[in-house]
Design a protein around this ligand. Structure first.
Ligand SMILES: *Cc1c(COP(=O)(O)O)cnc(C)c1O
Length: 361
């Protein structure tokens, strides 16, 4: 089976083996040693010397943690969005009472840093800019470096959803001075779902001191205190996923971050060139096309749901359809985590076989 959705991604057998280990006491010495080492290895993937908190949650929980630990109700927040996940980030801030100013771009477009700069000028007093590193719903990678620069110019925090980016696409958190960055185990970390991660810069911790949004389970100050003082988490963690991510991070660091990023870039190129050669066109502006997910426009008369089920049932290839308003209009090929060019070629070989069975008019 070729599981090629934008997460969960397939896992290396070494990672699965680690996930299958017997349980241990999450308040015991062995757990503490594993957890402390994992916390420091995770920082390498984040390219930060600051804090990265490991939470038991999916990526959305990590995004929520980044928002509620740095902001207060009523705070002005500029939420940038070029798709489904950007909209989700804005919604989280809204639900917790932020005064959200939304800056949206059409599906398939990127977030223009100049437009961000302009919006920040027109709306003085913005406390934080929410940004999506890699928009998985449309296959776009945004210029987080420039957007964060624009945020910094007005003293705003940069809060980043890099759930489908980090570990696959270069995101040097310290060098780009990103304040809080969310990710999740089932994406570039090539592990089962279960863990969310959030980095916190010193500026983010400073904001945390006065941040008033309600939080209980996702209290990052508490998570840090438990990590530093006890090598533990405040609540029972997803122990199996911790074992898995521990093994997966070893694989990532062994391969080397630069090589991992290059492999994703190559897979993306194979995917994009391949679908174009089959006569499809891409949703994303190619200059900003993602290294981890390729969004492809449905051909005329094509039933995307049928296409995906024929691929799955007859050819063992699992891809994703579109989300929200893009349902039925696009299909998406995930190429993140444990993936190489051979996998991509297998996916591409199945597409023209499934296509004739998916044309309805
Ligand atoms: C997968 C994903 C998320 C988080 O989804 P969960 O299902 O909560 O893990 C958030 N943002 C992006 C860009 C994603 O790809």
């Amino acid at each position: 089976m070729q599981l090629r959705i934008p997460g969960p991604t397939p896992c290396n057998p070494k990672v699965l083996q680690a996930a299958g280990r017997q349980m241990i006491d999450h308040r015991g010495k062995e757990f503490g040693e594993i957890f402390e080492k994992l916390a420091s290895k995770v920082k390498k993937v984040y390219q930060t010397t600051g804090d990265v908190l490991i939470l038991t949650s999916s990526g959305t929980g990590a995004m929520e943690a980044a928002v509620v630990n740095t902001l207060s109700p009523g705070d002005k927040v500029l939420a940038t969005s070029c798709g489904f996940f950007g909209d989700r980030f804005a919604e989280i801030a809204q639900i917790y009472g932020a005064n959200v100013i939304k800056l949206s771009f059409e599906m398939g477009n990127f977030v223009d840093p100049d437009a961000v700069r302009k919006a920040l000028k027109e709306n003085p007093g913005v406390k934080a800019v929410l940004m999506t590193h890699n928009e998985s719903s449309t296959g776009i990678t945004n210029d987080v470096k420039s957007i964060a620069e624009a945020a910094r110019e007005v003293g705003a925090l940069s809060i980043v959803d890099s759930v489908s980016g980090i570990g696959s696409i270069n995101l040097p958190v310290d060098e780009w001075q990103l304040d809080a960055v969310a990710s999740a185990s089932q994406k570039g970390w090539m592990s089962p779902p279960g863990l969310g991660m959030v980095s916190m810069s010193s500026k983010a911790w400073e904001a945390n001191k006065t941040a008033k949004m309600p939080r209980n389970y996702f209290n990052l100050a508490k998570a840090k205190q438990f990590l530093v003082e006890k090598k533990q988490t405040p609540w029972t963690p997803a122990v199996s996923t911790i074992f898995a991510v521990d093994a997966a991070v070893d694989l990532i660091l062994e391969e080397g971050l630069t090589n991992v990023f290059a492999r994703h870039a190559r897979c993306a190129k194979v995917a994009r060139e391949g679908v174009k050669a089959l006569g499809f066109s891409l949703l994303a502006d190619e200059k900003h096309a993602s290294y981890t997910v390729t969004a492809v426009k449905a051909a005329a008369g094509m039933d995307v749901t049928k296409f995906c089920s024929v691929l799955r049932d007859e050819f063992g290839v699992v891809i994703a359809g579109g989300q929200g308003t893009l349902t039925g209009k696009i299909f998406r090929i995930g190429h993140l985590g444990w993936v190489n060019e051979t996998d991509m070629n297998e996916v591409l070989a199945a597409l023209p076989k499934a296509l004739p069975k998916s044309i309805v008019k």
